[in-house]
Design a protein around this ligand. Structure first.
Ligand SMILES: C[S@@+](CC[C@H](N)C(=O)[O-])C[C@H]1O[C@@H](n2cnc3c(N)ncnc32)[C@H](O)[C@@H]1O
Length: 238
């Protein structure tokens, strides 16, 4: 697992080192989802769990009455504050997700959690899912991005010629080595199941492609139009 200390060490190079879906490839889909959700600037509450340098909040926060931006790495949150800290409608919280959720309470109309739930330990991931459920009000929504195991297997096949059977053998539990640390990757059905377990119904589940370079690779010749992707999920708290 990437520790809080390691996240802090990435603060200055965040844009280069971290895949920020709002800034990069997901922006069109996210725009579309936000237009449909139509949050109210008078009433709606946004909670961004693991907000990084605050790209989502900067782009969409003004559509909500109030925003809670939660991030455990103080140096990363300091960068978010520098960008958007003058706004009075944002509460910044330097905190691990579970205690922040306990302090905020169940009041989010939209809970965002993008590329955060990648920890290898099932127990810690369960805390994150419970956190999302604990902060999202009934009929509210969660917008979640997680790595895709199907994408990882496609990359293995296309870039390294690994057979699907061997790729599956390599990471049967979805734990994939990324720069020396294991990161959880989710299968489409697994994601539906874990959301259902925590009281969410999936409304949209789609691929957000990202450049091959983010895999540390040049686009392979045989890739055609294929690109690696993350799962982007919009789910309603039922
Ligand atoms: C890959 S970055 C994504 C940041 C942002 N959501 C985005 O999409 O650009 C993951 C962020 O989650 C934060 N994070 C990871 N685990 C966390 C936890 N348990 N509590 C709070 N923040 C966490 C990290 O410090 C990092 O800033």
């Amino acid at each position: 697992m990437v520790s809080r200390k390691e996240w802090n060490a990435l603060a200055d190079d965040f844009e280069r080192e971290v895949c920020d879906i709002t800034r990069e490839t997901g922006s069109r889909e996210i725009d579309r989802i936000l237009r449909k959700l139509k949050p109210s600037p008078e009433r709606s509450v946004l909670v961004d769990l693991g907000c990084g340098i605050g790209t989502f909040v900067e782009r969409y926060g003004a559509r909500f009455r109030h925003t809670y931006a939660v991030e455990h790495a103080a140096r990363i949150l300091a960068r978010a504050r520098k960008r958007i800290g003058r706004r009075e409608d944002i509460t910044f919280m330097t905190s691990n997700i579970p205690p922040a959720v306990a302090r905020i309470g169940r009041k989010a109309d939209l809970t965002v959690c993008m590329n955060v739930i990648t920890m290898p330990e099932n127990r810690i991931r369960a805390q994150m899912w419970r956190g999302i459920a604990g902060v999202t009000r009934k009929k509210g929504h969660a917008l979640i991005v997680v790595p895709s195991i199907e994408s990882d297997r496609m990359v293995e096949r296309v870039a390294y010629g690994t057979s699907l059977a061997d790729a599956k053998k390599d990471a049967p539990d979805g734990l994939v080595d990324r720069g020396g640390s294991r990161q959880k990757h989710f299968a489409r059905d697994e994601l539906r199941d874990v959301l259902a377990l925590h009281g969410f119904a999936v409304k949209r589940l789609l691929r957000v492609p990202y450049p091959w370079q983010k895999e540390g690779l040049r686009k392979p010749r045989n890739a055609g139009t294929r690109m690696p992707w993350d799962w982007l999920v919009l789910a309603e708290r039922v």
